[in-house]
Design a protein around this ligand. Structure first.
Ligand SMILES: NC(=O)c1ccc[n+]([C@@H]2O[C@H](COP(=O)([O-])OP(=O)(O)OC[C@H]3O[C@@H](n4cnc5c(N)ncnc54)[C@H](OP(=O)(O)O)[C@@H]3O)[C@@H](O)[C@H]2O)c1
Length: 322
């Protein structure tokens, strides 16, 4: 039986890439309302029209930029002020700055990836948790990623190289592929996803019972994130498509099927506190959900996610910043 049919969904990052493909496929399952969190009114409007055309009974834009606390609060208010119940929160939006411009900070003075990918996800989820609980059984689906563990992508083993006292790379000169003593965007992106995982690892032990929380991994996907737009500019679209084919990079319409399963399948209702990954490249290979911190395709744990002291500290630090 479909969980999505007749339900209300909030999704971030549905104006492009994986989130857009996911929301389109969910629309075909006839949800009642899709709240489209967007930072651009035009893109939000286009998404709303597309989701309604694809089958959603209704879709509305809730404006907010995830790189600021005010932006997240605006999304939360938009959903609350509708007066509707909320059954599925899909925290999907993510950003990976690959421009060589050093450490970027947000309006709130926080490191860009730390706030946009990690802290805002926590702020959004906690800001809507009592609504989700009231509407239970409900689901929170967070888009994580194998970037946490893949040494080719985030080329410093284990991450958390900066130590717990420097989660926003204020002091550290840790570098990897981008050159000596430059702030490393790859590490910061990977670490933001790791922090999200660590926070959730603690949160799932005390979150409301009626809310199933799952982290899912779309795997390598052709989208606008990271280096893909820059590579297209340099190499051209055809060459990039060929490269993606060789690397087994998935189309967003394929990778989002893992997210559809998390949102819709009856089995996923029992997957609270797990990581759902169906391989990280090439064709989807359905795996069983695994505990947070374990990466099936790499057959290893992220060390920091298995360290209870670090997990508790990340949890405390993030809560103190909300
Ligand atoms: N692509 C991959 O290979 C891959 C692999 C593993 C995990 N992931 C994860 O998948 C998720 C989706 O990424 P994607 O690949 O689909 O990227 P994408 O094509 O760049 O799409 C990102 C989406 O997030 C939105 N977004 C970015 N920054 C935002 C902000 N500050 N405020 C509000 N919305 C913002 C974008 O909105 P605009 O349209 O306004 O830009 C867009 O809708 C991310 O969490 C990413 O980390 C991706």
């Amino acid at each position: 039986m479909s969980f999505v049919a007749g339900k209300n969904i909030l999704i971030t990052g549905a104006t492009g890439g994986i989130g857009e493909a996911l929301a389109l496929q969910l629309s075909a399952l006839k949800p009642a309302t899709i709240f489209v969190a967007a930072r651009s009114a035009d893109k939000g409007k286009a998404a709303v029209e597309a989701f309604k055309a694809a089958g959603a009974a209704d879709a509305v834009v809730v404006m907010g930029d995830l790189s600021s606390k005010a932006g997240v609060n605006s999304i939360i208010s938009g959903v609350r002020e509708s007066g509707k119940p909320l059954h599925i929160l899909i925290a999907n939006a993510g950003a990976w700055n690959t421009r060589d411009e050093g450490r970027v900070t947000t309006k709130d003075g926080l490191e860009f990836h730390f706030q946009t990918n990690f802290l805002s996800c926590v702020q959004l989820m906690k800001g809507l948790m009592n609504l989700l609980e009231k509407s239970g059984p409900s689901r929170v689906i967070v888009t994580g990623g194998y970037g946490v563990i893949d040494p080719k992508l985030i080329p410093v083993e284990g991450l958390m190289q900066t130590g717990m006292d420097d989660l926003q790379f204020e002091k550290s000169k840790v570098t990897s592929g981008l050159g000596p003593n430059k702030f490393n965007n790859d590490l910061s992106y990977g670490q933001s996803k790791l922090l999200e995982l660590m926070y959730l690892k603690k949160y799932i032990t005390e979150s409301p019972k009626k809310v199933t929380i799952i982290v899912w991994d779309p795997g390598a996907t052709a989208s606008n994130i990271g280096a893909w737009p820059m590579l297209k500019e340099k190499m051209g679209t055809v060459a990039v498509s060929m490269l993606q084919f060789v690397l087994g990079v998935r189309a967003a319409t394929t990778s989002c099927k893992v997210g559809v399963w998390c949102c819709d399948s009856p089995e996923a209702a029992n997957a609270h506190g797990t990581y759902v990954e169906w391989g990280v490249s090439g064709a989807l290979k359905k795996n069983v959900p695994v505990p947070l911190g374990w990466f099936p395709s790499y057959f290893k744990y992220a060390p920091a996610a298995m360290d209870d002291d670090k997990v508790n500290e990340v949890y405390k630090k993030a809560n103190a910043m909300l």
